[in-house]
Write a new protein. Structure first.
Length: 510
């Protein structure tokens, strides 16, 4: 680099690595919360007298608020400043968690979960976009996103371990209270060390019609998939939600193409590299969420593992994700194009998923489940890391928050689809197996119990076959759509937007 170019380049923030610690801590808290409550739900339901019909709302209330408000949260972060949005999101999340831990009834619990989701929707895009504007050197950026990607991918499995410990040895309320120290440390640390680059805010007026249409459209979409899991795909309200989401989101796209200051500038979506990330990552998350669900049930119900032992059984996946993200992805990201990490990464994960299609009632954990988890973790970790970095590929810093919100939205919607779609496939296969073996099941005794277990495993294996295909599709999309070169190398320029001339932060050289 010439002296003139070096003098024009923005000086790196000396506090950026300290800031990463607090950003990563906040991201871990949000990702943990997605699974930690699942382990505690049976105990909380009994204590608070929540009916079987309403217990799903403990999960759904969070998912609806989080998924529905992400785009709004991303734009608020761009407008207020990401540091301000990050700290407010942390404080709000801590207060909502305290409310959940102190809940004395169903209404208080569901309200606290919705509040957690709302503040999470402010916090999550602010965290990712802070990394985008603070880390501008290609090698440093690769390391930072390697750490962030490992947390984003492996935090859910850590939540299963922590949730098991807290529920078994303390009380379900601690699955909420544990968020408070995380949030306080992250908020104080962030306030002290984070300094946003000057001129990176978007001070355009807020697009109110866009906010209303995107929020209601995403809520309808997430609720449609959530309801499909319990009420079925042909249920009248399920179908109504899907139709409403299509109409509302279509109207949202139309509005965004017309207004002067859109909530989600369509250039953020239409640039092929970012579009490829949102689509491939959303599909991959469908497989991941389905896997967490099936393996948790398989280990606890079929194999008889305790909640704590089940949590520890996911450790190989966490180790694989951390290795794939920080050792493979971060080291190779500055040497090879991102598609050559994401495409093969999703294929390695698909290979791990393929092993799990061989699940049987008596399957060995060391011989089958452990190697499958290692492959899944390595593949997803390697793919997640460049995906998180590319979420803000070539974007104007003023749009970094909403671009970051889109990657969170694709994961949230993918999670809702994965849980509903794969669970429905598994339930259908289980029912078919029981129908075919009705005579043996009717006999009673140990033989009937074995048939029941075999039916469950048959259902899981059938759904996992679909997950294999979905991961293969993720790989194909990443290899086809993502065409940017490695950081520091020449490559295709983003087309269809004016961003190339405006770019202030070199997110990925292209």
């Amino acid at each position: 680099m010439s002296k003139t170019a070096a003098s024009l380049a923005p000086a790196a923030d000396p506090s950026r690595w300290k800031a990463l610690v607090f950003i990563a801590l906040a991201q871990l808290m949000v990702v943990l919360d997605a699974t930690i409550v699942n382990i505690a739900l049976p105990s909380a339901q009994t204590d608070l007298g929540i009916s079987d019909g309403n217990r799903q709302w403990v999960i759904t209330a969070y998912a609806l608020a989080f998924g529905g408000l992400l785009l709004f949260g991303g734009r608020i972060a761009d407008k207020w400043g990401r540091k301000n949005a990050f700290v407010v999101g942390l404080i709000g999340f801590a207060l909502a968690s305290a409310l959940g831990g102190a809940a004395n009834g169903e209404a208080m619990m569901l309200g606290s979960r919705a509040l957690q989701g709302a503040f999470g929707a402010l916090l999550a895009p602010a965290a990712l976009s802070l990394l985008a504007v603070m880390f501008t050197d290609a090698k440093e950026r690769a390391k930072a996103f390697g750490i962030y990607g490992a947390i984003a991918g492996g935090g859910g499995a850590v939540g299963l371990i922590l949730g098991g410990f807290l529920t078994e040895y303390l009380n379900w309320r601690w699955t909420f209270f544990v968020n408070i120290p995380f949030a306080i440390v992250a908020a104080v640390g962030a306030w002290m060390v984070i300094r946003e680059p000057a001129g990176s805010r978007n001070r355009a007026p807020l697009d109110i019609p866009g906010v209303v249409l995107s929020t209601t459209g995403l809520v309808a979409l997430v609720y449609g998939f959530t309801r499909a899991e319990s009420a079925g795909w042909s249920d009248a309200l399920t179908v109504t939600m899907f139709v409403a989401s299509v109409l509302l989101l279509s109207a949202f796209v139309l509005v965004e193409s017309k207004v002067k200051s859109p909530l989600l500038p369509l250039r953020v979506l239409l640039e092929r590299n970012r579009g490829g990330v949102y689509l491939s990552l959303g599909l991959a998350v469908i497989s991941m969420f389905g896997l967490f669900l099936f393996l948790t049930y398989y280990l606890q119900v079929v194999k008889g593992f305790s909640p704590v032992k089940t949590g520890f059984a996911f450790l190989p996946m966490i180790a694989g994700m951390i290795t794939g993200s920080t050792q493979i992805g971060a080291r190779l990201m500055t040497r090879v194009p991102p598609r050559l990490l994401m495409g093969p990464g999703f294929l390695v994960a698909a290979l791990g998923m393929l092993l799990l299609t061989q699940l049987e009632v008596g399957s060995s954990y060391p011989a089958l489940i452990l190697p499958a988890q290692l492959l899944l973790g390595l593949g997803m970790g390697t793919a997640f890391m460049p995906a998180m970095s590319l979420a803000t590929h070539g974007v104007n810093p003023a749009d970094a928050g909403v671009a970051s919100a889109m990657v969170n939205t694709s994961q949230q919607v993918g999670g809702a689809i994965g849980t509903a779609l794969l669970n429905t496939i598994a339930a259908s296969a289980t029912t078919a197996y029981l129908t075919d073996h009705a005579a043996e099941a009717a006999a009673g005794g140990p033989a009937a119990q074995l048939i029941q277990a075999q039916a469950m495993v048959e259902g899981y294996a059938s759904a996992i076959w679909w997950a294999v295909g979905i991961l293969a599709a993720s790989s194909a999309i990443a290899l086809t759509l993502i065409n940017t070169g490695r950081p520091g190398a020449g490559g295709p320029v983003a087309s269809g937007s004016a961003e190339g001339a405006e770019l202030k932060v070199p997110v990925i050289a292209h």
